[in-house]
Design a protein around this ligand. Structure first.
Ligand code: 5CA
Length: 446
């Protein structure tokens, strides 16, 4: 993409109404624009990162054997009356009447809708296990929408639902989700720690939230410091293996880590030596639930077992805050100049800065670099504006592309361009070919 042909409405001033750094940077970098309280338009660069995050979530869900589909945003109130949640959900649910005076709602989550699909089409244990998921917009009429996309009213969520014959099988689905979530967050450059949590309006006893530690997080958390040393890394886990998935669960959840809703000070002291006790703030980027037969019993979702007797299916639901993740990633990765995108989610793979636009040698070298990177399957953002170098660097630093190639007449005389890491600030001179090779290698799939 050439910057002169793109739509990147960066702001010079720091927006005064944004309280936390990720919100300020998303506005300044021209990623989002508020449409009304807690509702945002995703401008091209924000949308690009949103799609990158979605793509990682899809890949990891499919790798775990979960099946993508798409359910609507608007739902009929009738299903929610069956489960009993139409009244329970309260003011957070946006209720709408259609022209026939029928009660509709903008879905805050989809347990009812998916259970209705299941009961209409599945009736035998032979069709289990089954996990269906979608990535769809949700609406929760939050009393205090704030911090930009972090606590929105309209937000994008991945929500998945498992259907299993019994509790053991459903717990395997729970563990499988835990593994797939650890992988997903790490690919986004994040450390998200599973913590024992409260299940709230979704229900059930078994639930973990995934938290990214950040001072601006809305949740207070308590944990054993050893937990932050755990990395999922590139280990191969067979998602069909009950023992392998359980081993990961045990490794990542056996140490004390709880949100304030489930925190137990006495237990904390008993389990964790003082030097390792930490309290901090965290951003909740996902949550997994096992709630057994809560919805299947209320809505009559049963399957016939091998002997023909019908039993309610065991279910769980599993969410990732896709749009919230943009805020969480920026909170975890920025400096005073702007965003620092992890390679896994960056909107463009690298920037090209032409120090002397209009100089035919520099222009030609930039065009060549640009086409060579595109030919390698990469997406560079070429700053071809007629601007001074300082302004171009400031824009690149603000929007946070992890790598920048700087091209100027003086370097070209020596046959070199400069490759700079946004994270470390380190620069290295090399031939344009070498720079292309390096960038291609950084993004090569292992
Ligand atoms: N049905 C279950 C799992 S599919 C569910 O709704 N879980 S949830 O309530 O925990 O939401 C899943 C994730 O969505 C949360 O972990 C959080 O990351 C994100 N989320 C929840 N509310 C908001 C909000 N108001 N703005 C942005 N993201 C949100």
């Amino acid at each position: 993409m050439r910057l002169t042909r793109y739509f990147l409405p960066v702001l010079k001033e720091t927006p005064s109404d944004a309280q936390i750094v990720s919100h300020r940077l998303m506005l300044r970098a021209g990623m989002i624009k508020q449409a009304s309280a807690g509702i945002y338009s995703w401008l091209p660069m924000g949308y690009k990162v949103l799609r990158r995050i979605e793509h990682i979530v899809h890949e990891e869900q499919i790798r775990a054997g979960h099946i993508p589909m798409l359910m609507p945003t608007l739902q009929s109130a009738d299903l929610w009356r069956e489960s009993g949640r139409y009244d329970d959900y309260g003011q957070e649910m946006l209720r709408i009447k259609d022209r026939h005076d029928r009660d509709m709602l903008y879905g805050p989550t989809n347990e009812e809708l998916i259970t209705d699909i299941f009961r209409a089409h599945v009736s035998s244990y032979k069709d289990l296990p089954l996990t269906l998921y979608h990535i769809q917009w949700k609406f929760r009429d939050e009393i205090r929408p704030r911090f930009g996309v972090m606590r929105g009213r309209e937000f994008l969520m991945k929500d998945g639902y498992n259907f299993d014959i019994d509790k053991d099988a459903a717990l395997h689905a729970y563990n499988r989700h835990l593994v797939s979530y650890l992988r997903s967050y790490e690919r986004m450059g994040l450390q998200a720690i599973p913590m024992r949590a409260d299940s709230g309006p979704i229900g059930g006893d078994d639930t973990h939230e995934f938290l990214v530690l950040a001072d601006t997080g809305e949740s207070e958390v308590f944990y054993d410091s050893e937990i932050t040393d755990l990395k999922f890394g590139d280990r191969a886990v067979d998602y069909d293996s009950v023992t392998q998935c359980r081993a990961v669960l045990e490794e990542f959840t056996s140490r004390y880590a709880r949100t304030d809703e489930t925190h137990d000070e006495a237990l904390f002291h008993a389990q964790v030596p003082e030097a390792r006790r930490r309290s901090a703030r965290g951003i909740e980027v996902g949550q997994i639930f096992y709630f057994g037969t809560k919805y299947s019993e209320a809505m009559g979702a049963t399957v016939a077992g091998p002997d023909g007797t019908r039993t309610p299916v065991h279910m769980g639901s599993h969410g990732i805050g896709v749009s919230r993740l943009l805020g969480a990633i920026i909170e975890a990765s920025h400096d005073d100049k702007g965003i620092i995108w992890p390679e896994g989610v960056t909107p463009f793979h690298c920037g090209i800065v032409n120090l002397k636009q209009g100089d035919s040698t520099a222009d030609t070298a930039c065009e060549r670099l640009y086409s060579a990177l595109v030919a390698r399957g990469l997406e560079p953002l070429y700053d071809d504006r007629n601007e001074r170098a300082g302004a171009k660097f400031a824009t690149m630093d603000l929007i946070g592309l992890p790598w920048r190639i700087t091209v100027g007449p003086r370097g070209l005389d020596k046959g070199v361009v400069e490759l700079t890491s946004r994270r470390t600030g380190d620069s290295e001179e090399m031939s344009p070919e070498a720079a292309i090779g390096r960038v291609a290698q950084i993004y090569a799939q292992p």
